[in-house]
Design a protein around this ligand. Structure first.
Ligand code: ADP
Ligand code: MG
Length: 380
């Protein structure tokens, strides 16, 4: 009974059991093994908050490392390139020739002559290193080991356009010369679209786009059963099915549902998670989704767009899609008056078009959240 909860409802933390990403991982591994011509050498992962972008990046890093590749993590701030050049790449180089450099050092200390040759000639000035020259140096060293460089960049939407341009140009340069290098960036759909409108991000624009989709029902059911088993408890199959229903294939809510159902079974002193325990946490799942996912996603959304969201929430019975005509009617405007805001909401990844002329929420339980939020005022 004292077993540790195996579910991980925490952003950026890899789950005990990864659900439904097998084929993406397989494509990525093939892309590394295939060679610089593979389209999987430049990838752009987009998806809403909690869809599993950071976890997938981590998985890609692990996959690369098991093929002997080195990962350089880029951080999306205005010193991204400097950090790569001055710390990430030198550290990687140092690690690579670690034992070798120690050998050199000891020979220097034994022979005075060797020490003299290491003194740099002050008349010969190295050209100032650039990201390209640094990466080439690393890639050349790695080539001898038959491996390459994976650069990952999370939170792409916060990246600086200039910095991104320098990074993309460098990766492109190395790929052109047949070096083994890959770039994988992940971010929110909205930010990515905005970034890609800038000139200088052409290379990234041509990258293979991966829109992360919800996990399938069956994969989700299996995840619940397997994760629970990892924690030395069992989940009844109808309980796993109910958990998959409630969490709707959305990775964060899957972890949340599992975690809360696990906690409920602890309270009930039960080694098997039953459907009643899953049902008992449904409302808490929805509340926590509101706090952790919906609120942050709505943070910077202007009123005009919020009104559309409230209208969808109000019109949608049971999470059904809503026609734009009905939204406009409820808001007392002409449908084309909404087109700008509709576009914004789409690029924020908050709504999607399940069918021409219709809208629905992207995130599960957004409707419930909006209808229960204190600032909600019925429009009609
Ligand atoms: N494929 C998956 N299967 C099961 N759980 C997952 C999966 N991907 C992500 N998660 C879980 O979902 C939550 C959000 O994942 P994260 O990668 O941080 O999302 P994002 O970066 O898109 O906001 C974490 O709790 C993580 O453990
Ligand atoms: Mg993330």
């Amino acid at each position: 009974m004292s077993a540790r909860n195996p579910f991980r409802p925490t952003f950026g933390v890899s789950p005990t059991i990864l659900a439904g990403r097998d084929s993406l991982l397989q494509s990525f591994k093939l892309g590394l093994a295939e060679g610089p011509g593979s389209p999987f050498r430049a990838l752009l992962i987009s998806g809403s908050r909690g869809m599993g972008k950071t976890v997938l990046l981590n998985e890609f890093e692990d996959a690369a490392s098991s093929q002997g590749w080195i990962t350089l993590r880029a951080y999306p701030d205005n010193s991204m390139v400097q950090a790569l050049m001055n710390s990430a790449i030198p550290e990687a180089l140092q690690k690579l020739d670690g034992p070798q450099s120690k050998r050199m050092l000891s020979s220097v200390s034994i022979s005075g002559i060797a020490a003299v040759t290491t003194i740099a000639d002050p008349t010969k000035k190295d050209p100032t290193p650039t990201l390209i020259s640094r990466l080439r140096e690393l890639a050349t060293t790695l080539q001898k080991h038959g491996s390459g460089i994976l650069i990952t960049l999370d939170e792409l939407q916060s990246a600086d356009v200039e910095q991104l341009h320098i990074l993309a140009t460098a990766v492109q340069d190395l790929l052109r010369d047949d070096f083994d290098i890959a770039l994988v960036a992940a971010g929110l759909p909205e930010g990515i679209d905005r970034l890609l409108q800038h000139e200088g991000t052409t290379f990234i624009r041509r990258a293979e786009r991966i829109l992360l989709n919800p996990v399938s029902y069956q994969d989700s059911v299996n995840m619940f059963i397997e994760t629970t088993a990892e924690g030395q408890r069992q989940m009844a199959s109808d309980a796993a099915e109910l958990a998959a229903d409630i969490s709707k294939g959305y990775p964060y809510s899957m972890q949340l549902t599992g975690s809360l159902a696990w906690a409920q079974s602890t309270l009930d002193n039960s080694d098997t998670i039953q459907a009643t325990q899953v049902e008992a946490v449904r409302a808490e799942v929805i509340r926590r989704m509101g706090m952790q996912v919906h609120e942050p996603s709505l943070h910077h959304v202007p009123d005009g767009e919020l009104h559309i969201l409230y209208a969808i929430a109000q019109l949608s019975t049971d999470g059904e899609m809503v026609s734009t005509g009905n939204i406009a009617h409820l808001m007392n405007v002409k449908p084309n008056a909404l087109s700008m805001q509709r576009k914004q909401l789409l690029s924020r990844g908050l709504v999607e078009v399940p069918k021409y002329g219709y809208l629905n929420f992207t995130l599960p339980y957004m409707r419930e959240h909006l209808l229960s939020s204190p600032q909600h005022r019925p429009i009609a």
